[in-house]
Design a protein around this ligand. Sequence first.
Ligand SMILES: [Zn+2]
Length: 165
Amino acid sequence: MEGKTHLMGGLCMGAAAHSYYITEVLPVPELIVFYGSCLFGALLPDICHPGSWTGRKAKVLSKNISRFFGHRTITHSLLFLILVYWLTSTFTFMYYETVQIGLLVGIVSHIVLDALTVRGIQLFYPIPLRVRFPLYLKTASKGESVISSSLMLLTLFFVYKQMFS
Ligand SMILES: [Zn+2]
């Protein structure tokens, strides 16, 4: 999927988590941190792709991950989720739990969306098993536009639900 679809996915899953999972009212700065983490998490797995937004921001790391692991392997796996959980549990800083939840939500949204593409993902890396949904589409196709628009509508629904319930 393209970066903009992943951003939409991160925003949508963040809004869903905000509606159903986070029960307390968050102050505005923490809300910004939460949604920022969701968006960053939604782009982070593509660090394995040097041409992606995260790949361009961390060129050396991205090239090395790409060289050693390839595209859509470790950074699109359950192992990556565990690593990010572990790393974000290691350090404590302001709103670290909010950052942790946001990053994990964003990464999950990325993994789910890439599992909808022809190429699929290696969810159980290092086990080389390609995982994809029975219905899948090509990146940057009309199908992706439909997914992106649907995510936007769903996000609006979750925001509406959050504001008026
Ligand atoms: Zn990806």
